[in-house]
Every structure is written in C-alpha cells, then in structure tokens.
Write a protein that binds this ligand. Structure first.
Ligand SMILES: O=c1[nH]cnc2c1ncn2[C@@H]1O[C@H](CO)[C@@H](O)[C@H]1O
Ligand SMILES: [Zn+2]
Length: 397
C-alpha cells in the first residue's frame, strides 16, 4: 500500500433525496450499455417469429423477460453470457438491427438518458450474410431513427456507437479498422467484451496499438470476472481510456477498522489519472462480482473520489434501466440529487465525443436539469416546513 488517508464524510448525508419520478426525469448519461443486452422482450419474440428462429425458451414476452433475468442471475459471467445467444440469434438482418437500435434509443430517451454510448459486436451479426459494414450502417440508421422518435415525443437523446470485438475471437484488428472507417459516421469508440478469465486484453494488443496511432478512443471490459492483472494490462499495456466495470480495483484498496484507507499503486494510478470506471451494479450482482447493492464497491469508490459512473450493462438480462440503477443506489447509500449530478457529470466528462460537445452537454443540459429538480425539492421542503408551522400554531378561538 502506498498512500493512506481518512475516509471523507459519506456522500448523501444531507440534501435532496430524489423521488422515483425525479430520478426518471433527471438528465442521465450512459456509457456502458450493450445493444444485444437491451432488446425489448416483445421484440425478441417478434423477430424470432419473422426470421424462423426457433430456439427461444419462451414465446410470451413477459415470461421471456423473466427467463432472461433468471437465467442471467447465475453467479458467473460465463453463464450470464450464454443468454445472449437468443438476442444475437434474432439480430441477423438489416431490419432487425435497425429496429433494435431505434427502440434502444427510444427507451433510453424515455428513461431520461440524454447521451448514451451503446456497444455491440459487429462480428456476431454476420451469420446470415451481412457484411461488417452493413451491420454498422443498419445500427446507425436505427439510432438516428430512435433519436428522431425521441424528439417527436418531446424528449432528446444523442447516441454514439462503440464497436466491440469479442475477446475469445481473433477479429479485433478487423473491428478496430471498421471503427476507424466509421469514426465520423456514428462510431465514437471501441471495446472488447466476453469471458474475461483466460482472455487477457493483451491478446488484442495489435488492435489497441493501431487505435492509439489513429488517435481513437477505447474502453476495455476489465476487473469484472478477473482481478487486478486484467485492469493493469488494460491500462498499462493496452492504453485503455476507460474501464468497463473495473470493480475489482477494490482489491487494491484497504480500509482499516479506524477508517484509514490505503491505496495500492494501481488504485492510486486509476484515481490520480481520473480513469473513468463504468460501474454496472445490478449486472455485477448477477455475475457474482458484488454481493449486494450496499456492499458494491461503488459506495467506497465514490467516497474516495474515483471517476465513477453509473451504467446499465444489459437492460434485458438485468431487468434494469438507468433510473432503476440510480434508485437502488439512492436506497443503498442515501444518494441525493447532488450525487446523481456528480455521477452524471463524471460520465459526460468521460464520453468519447469531442471536448466542446461534452462541455455543452454539461452546461446546457445536465446542470440546468439538476438545478430545476433541486429547486423543486427546495420548494417541497419549504412547503412542508410551512405546513408544520401552521399546524403547530394555536387555533383561533
Ligand atoms: O458485462 C459483460 N462482460 C463481458 N461481456 C459482456 C458483458 N455484457 C455483454 N457482454 C458481451 O458483449 C457482447 C457484445 O455486446 C455480447 O454479445 C456479450 O457476449
Ligand atoms: Zn458490459
């Protein structure tokens, strides 16, 4: 351990506790969401029927949604990932990809997400003859359509795509080149995903070095199902801009009984360099990376001022949304609107779009949105105080 300090006051000790409705309306920023992990259950059923995919475990949308949540609740990342065969199985045509992407943008906007980076692995969508380029174009078309629908519904969202390469496969260089081809057309970054144990990020070093030479951005799933070596490789060998999950950084932090905290060299590096952590609490509970919301490392990491962000990972498999992730954290840690704003500004600062555009989102959308919600809260407090005061004043005789 290389440095120690005392834990600052818990976040959320006083201030505006958001209501569920305010959590939904609050502007939110999502950096880690898988397109094939967020399909509407009804859409999986429709697409399976239309394409002749007969492998679904349930054909009633409600039952299918429950099946995904329960099957993903397996305690292991490998078993969690098996459930994706059904969504990927029905996402093999242009129309299917466009529809899923449009609905994704629509659903996120309805949940109050104003900026999202949504990832998918093009190599998983070529079983029926689409080229990698056609996959990207179909998804882009869907995101633009979803943004349009959100505007028509009186909302707003901007969606950027991250192209994922599967870490057990050997197509990362090809996918990195695909991302560069589309860097000015909807693709804002690159990622690797899939089973982590046994597939270290350095397997894909060529792709990462290529992307660095191209001045491009990438995140790496690391420190989810495997620990510190994976995080260390992702940062110090591969040059990741952000960490997908990164929860295991907690293994490099010690909290003594008296509240003294010691960070190891890697944890210090992550905090000093403001490396964004894309945390996905519900997903981590399902894969066994954390035992409960209250015990999730996000609580400690937020108190220690790591660059923490809140994400959904897979809305279908986790039965979640940005609002639900925040509601769980509010319940577990007493987070306030100020905490929500802090997580949201962190996420916007860490996005892969240009600096001036991130700044504009923070100043024109995020801060005014939270100010409005905090003003509502103050108004409620004042109204409640006035009501108490008049209740306790002596009755006129
Ligand atoms: O939390 C995760 N960890 C690692 N891989 C994941 C996670 N969620 C989804 N995928 C994998 O990423 C692919 C492309 O979206 C999915 O098909 C799934 O295999
Ligand atoms: Zn993920």
């Amino acid at each position: 351990m290389t440095s120690s300090s005392t834990l600052p006051f818990p976040a959320g000790a006083a201030g505006a506790t958001p209501t569920p409705e305010q959590i939904r309306r609050a502007p939110k920023v999502l950096l880690h969401d898988h397109l094939d992990g967020g399909v509407r259950p009804g859409t999986v059923v429709d697409l399976a029927r239309a394409s002749g995919y007969d492998g679904l475990p349930e054909t009633d949308p409600d039952k299918l949604g429950t099946w995904f949540r329960e099957a993903a609740d397996s305690g292991s990342l490998e078993r969690y990932l098996e459930t994706f065969s059904h969504t990927v199985g029905v996402m093999q045509t242009r129309e299917a990809l466009t529809r899923v992407a449009a609905e994704c943008a629509e659903d996120l906007a309805a949940d109050g997400v104003v900026y999202a980076e949504v990832r998918y692995a093009p190599e998983l969508h070529v079983e029926r003859g689409l080229s990698l380029d056609e996959v990207v174009e179909a998804v882009n078309e869907g995101f633009r359509e979803g943004e349009r629908r959100a505007r028509e519904a009186g909302g707003r969202i901007r969606v950027g795509a991250l192209l994922t390469a599967m870490r057990h496969a050997a197509r990362s260089q090809e996918i990195a080149e695909l991302a560069i081809r589309y860097r000015d057309r909807g693709v804002v970054g690159f990622d690797i995903a899939g089973a982590e144990a046994g597939f270290p990020p350095t397997r894909h070093l060529d792709a990462f070095e290529y992307l660095q030479r191209e001045n491009f951005h990438f995140t790496i799933h690391a420190g989810e199902a495997f620990g510190l070596p994976s995080i260390w490789q992702a940062l110090q060998w591969c040059g990741a801009d952000r960490l997908g999950h990164g929860v295991r950084i907690i293994d490099d932090i010690e909290v003594a009984e008296d509240g003294t905290v010691s960070l190891g060299r890697l944890a210090n590096y992550v905090r000093d360099k403001r490396i964004p952590l894309e945390m996905c609490p519900t997903s981590n509970l399902q894969t066994g990376a954390a035992a409960s919301y209250a015990e999730h490392p996000i609580g400690l990491l937020r108190r220690l001022h790591f660059r923490v962000t809140v994400n959904t990972d897979n809305r279908l498999m986790s039965g979640t949304s940005m609002s639900r992730e925040f509601a769980e954290l509010v319940a577990a840690f007493g987070y306030t609107l100020d905490d929500m704003q802090w997580f949201t500004v962190n996420a916007m600062k860490s996005a892969f779009i240009p600096f001036d555009e991130r700044l504009a989102m923070i100043n024109d959308v995020i801060k005014p949105g939270y100010s409005e919600l905090k003003a509502e809260w103050l108004f409620r407090q004042t109204a409640a105080a006035t009501a108490v005061a008049s209740d306790s004043s002596p009755e006129e005789g």
